[in-house]
Design a protein around this ligand. Sequence first.
Ligand code: BJW
Length: 238
Amino acid sequence: MKDRRIVILTGAGISKESGLDTFRDPDGIWARVRIEDVATPEAFARNPDHVHAFYNHRRKGLLDQAVAPNAAHLAIARLQREWPGEVLLVTQNIDDLHERAGSPALIHMHGELLKARCLACGAISPWREAMTIDSLCPSCGVEGTLRVNVVWFGEMPLEMERIYDALAACDLFVSIGTSGNVYPAAGFVTQARSNGRAHTLELNLEPSEGQTFFAERRYGPATQEVPAFVEQVLKDGW
Ligand code: BJW
């Protein structure tokens, strides 16, 4: 088992039972705000106050004491610790619940809500307060150059080369809590399949857009499906 490699992709569904909204469910974020108004570089250029307010609200929600990692985040951290081979965890989520669950390493391909990026010097800094058009960059001290460190539509997701290398070499690809609507993440399952040996598994509340690309599919809440999957893999493999 030592040389068997796993890639796990997570999406908003894994954090739903922790109290964070998904995007495309009927009660999701995109039912309340338009993508074009908050999640594109053009929206930020047009109305930075509005975009800051959207992310300030979500940052405050993430830091609410009621929000905590759930059994699914904890199970993935356990798999990362106990699996004798490599496990690459890639999340589309901008929350920090995998870190709080004890995941030793992960890629935030769509960035992180609790970090700021300076458009003047490029520095990435921890950021837990409200951000405004007057905020100062902690690194260069310039005013009005900060944006939240997330990946908007039309921007390049982070660490893609490392992710594609891992998909080309993996033996198991697992997609958890994602609707499969957003590329390039939605294409990872076909990338993994095309390496000729990867088993592919979808764990989601309901069938995703890309359900037919997966060799195996299990449906139910992440807090049930993910711990059961981790228990099984650590005992018997796949
Ligand atoms: C549960 C559950 C429970 C509920 N238990 N499950 C074709 C090819 C390539 C690109 C494109 C293309 N066509 C269009 C594009 C461009 C675009 C795109 O994909 N658009 C689509 C809308 C069509 N993509 C981009 O612009 C990306 N950049 C890019 O492509 O650069 C070029 C490039 C190409 C190829 C290689 C490399 C580069 C950037 C995308 C950035 C996405 N940003 C957002 C916002 C981030 C900041 C923020 O949070 O505000 O990321 S959008 C939003 O969607 C967020 C999410 O990470 C992302 C995915 O959402 P996710 O996680 O799947 O959530 P939901 O709500 O959709 O699904 C939740 C699921 O959970 C549901 O299925 C529920 O059933 C389930 N669930 N409760 C288990 N308890």
